[in-house]
Structure formats: C-alpha cells, structure tokens
Write a protein that binds this ligand. Structure first.
Ligand code: BDP
Length: 329
C-alpha cells in the first residue's frame, strides 16, 4: 500500500508542477513582459544593474521585451524567490550565490572563504571560462545564469563587542544566509550559525536573538543594521558574488536571437552594477563611520587559517575546481 501511495503522490506532484510551471513570462500582444526580482531597494547597485538590463532590452527590441523590476523582496525572501524562479513564477532573479549553493552544490566554490584573492581575481574567474561554464551548468537545476555582479567582501558586525580575532567569534550567534557553506564558515570559527532571511536580521539583532551578522558595507548600511550592530570588523571572509538567474522555463521559450540578446543584456547589467558598486561601497563606509560605528581591520591571516576545515570538506568533492580557481593569475 505504501508503494502505491508514494507512486500516487509522485503522480500528483508531477501534475501539480505541470500546472504551476506556467512561466511568469507574459505576452501582451507582441510585447513580452518579464518579471525580475531582487531583494534590495531602489537605488542599490543590483537594481541599477537590472534597470540597465531593462533599458537595453527595451531599446534593442523597440519595446518588444519589457522587464518589470520588483525590488525589496516583494516577491518573497531570497531562498523562496529562487524556488519560484525554478518553477517559472519569476522570470529573472538577482540573488546572492550563497542560497543557490543549496540547490546546485558546485557553485559553493565561489562562496568559499578567501577563495578570491582580490576583486580582480574574482572577476577574472567569473568572467572567464570557469565562471561562464558555471552559468550554463546550472541549467539542469532550472536556471540559466545571465551574469555575475560585484558584492564586494563580507565581514562580521556585532552588537556588543568588536571581533578582532577568530577567538572573538567563539560562541557568538551569527546570522548567515540559507547556505551550507556559510554555515560551515561560521562553525569553523567556533560561532553558532543562525540561517535566517535577510529581511528578519534587523529585528533579530535588535532583540538579541542573534549577536551579529555579516555582510558587505552597502548591505550593512542600506538595511540600517549598523544602527543596532555598531561594531564592524573588516575581516573580508568571503567575496560572495551576486548572480542574475533566468528561469529555464522562460529561457526555453525564447528564440535563439532573443537568447543571445538576453546574454548581452546580462553583460550590460553586470557592467552597470559594477560601476555603481564601487561608488556605493565608499558612500556606505562614510555613512556608517559618520553614524559612530567602530570599524576595525583585523589581520585576515588567522581567520583564513581557521577556515581549513571548510576547505577540507569542500575540497574532497571540488578539489580540482578549487585548484583551477586558485591557479587563475
Ligand atoms: C547581500 C546580497 C543579498 C543577500 C544578502 C543576505 O546582495 O542578495 O540577500 O546579502 O545576506 O549582500 O541575505
């Protein structure tokens, strides 16, 4: 009976998926309307990137392809929005690659602590062969990657005391993205990782549910987390890139010419975002300093050393890929 039941359940699921997998892509006459999600507010670099993409497509197609941008996680928190993109409910989604790691494990290599030596190294890898291959390798999981975006480096911020060495992380409840590699990173430092949606972090810091979190300066600033967690330590433990995903269900409906255009639009978005990023990083640091936050730049070496268990874990599966990234000069 159990077997019959499970076969029945699978059948229902398959049917349900078939019904709900209608893509969000909407045709209004000859106009194709694509829904694009992002969890940042208007004015944030990632939104500027998506706007550049929308404008490029509008111009190149004389208004035949329109991208409607939904900022501020209005279509759902990042992890859930990624699942909606898989199902074709969202056409385009700008997300951090951290939560994508739980759907497509190999992409974890880009979220490994200190995997990239610098911004230059990061984008040499991402815009080169390794990064391009990853964008298309995602396809069986339901996405096509259009491009990457800059997200600087993530660092810890805390409510009560400054983190100066890995020992200071010990025992702290640190919010992380919903991503196994980010969980492993905090565990390696002896902290207690608390996976949580981005939108919930402010209240969690304020109420003491967590002792700290980690992010780049523009996110630390735009979310106002700096108001409740005043100690920012620039350990720069991970340069986790952003990625622009397109639902494979939407992608498959595009003509070959439109697919090509979409990839070009991805490159346009990446370029616009990267320019906006550098300016925003500087501005964010000015704002948090002016607000009285204590900024400390620790020696990254002991942090990097403490991450060895993470490399041991991921190295057993993705050792070749990790080496290939490190070998990019
Ligand atoms: C920001 C990313 C955003 C993530 C957020 C987070 O741009 O996509 O949702 O971090 O920590 O840097 O969840």
């Amino acid at each position: 009976l159990k077997k019959v039941l499970s076969v029945f359940l699978v059948a229902v699921l398959v049917l349900a998926l078939g019904v709900f997998s209608v893509s969000a892509m909407e045709m209004k006459g000859n106009t194709m309307v694509l829904k694009a999600a992002c969890d940042h507010p208007k004015g944030y670099p990632t939104i500027i990137g998506l706007e550049a993409m929308a404008e490029f497509l509008d111009q190149k197609t004389d208004g035949r392809i329109k991208v409607e941008i939904y900022p501020g996680a209005v279509l759902g928190s990042e992890k859930e929005s990624i699942e909606q993109t898989q199902m074709g409910i969202i056409d385009i989604n700008r997300v951090s690659i951290a939560p994508v790691t739980s759907i497509y494990k190999p992409i974890s290599v880009f979220a490994l602590p200190y995997i990239f030596r610098s911004r230059e190294h990061e984008f040499k890898v991402l815009d080169g062969e390794i990064g391009e291959k990853m964008l298309t390798d995602l396809a069986p999981t339901g996405f096509v990657g259009l491009d990457y975006m800059d997200s600087g480096a993530r660092s810890f911020y805390t409510v009560k005391k400054q983190i100066r060495t890995p020992a200071d992380v010990k025992g702290l409840k640190v919010r992380v993205q919903k991503s196994p590699v980010m969980i492993a990173m905090v565990e390696a430092l002896g902290g207690k990782p608390v996976p949580m949606a981005f939108e919930e972090v402010y209240t969690a810091l304020q109420s003491g549910v967590i002792d700290g979190a980690e992010n780049n300066a523009p996110s630390y600033e735009s979310t106002k987390h700096y108001e409740v967690a005043k100690y920012y330590s620039l350990d720069g433990h991970a340069r986790v890139p952003e990625i622009v995903l397109m639902s494979k269900l939407t992608w498959d409906k595009l003509s070959a010419a439109d697919k090509k255009l979409m990839k070009e639009a991805g490159a346009v978005a990446e370029k616009a975002e990267k320019t906006a990023w550098l300016a925003r990083e500087e501005k964010a640091m000015e704002i948090v300093k002016a607000a009285g936050c204590t900024i400390y730049t620790p020696d990254p070496a002991p942090f990097q050393k403490a991450m060895e268990p993470v490399y041991k874990e991921y190295g057993s599966e993705f050792g070749d890929l990790i080496k290939a990234i490190q070998d990019v000069k």
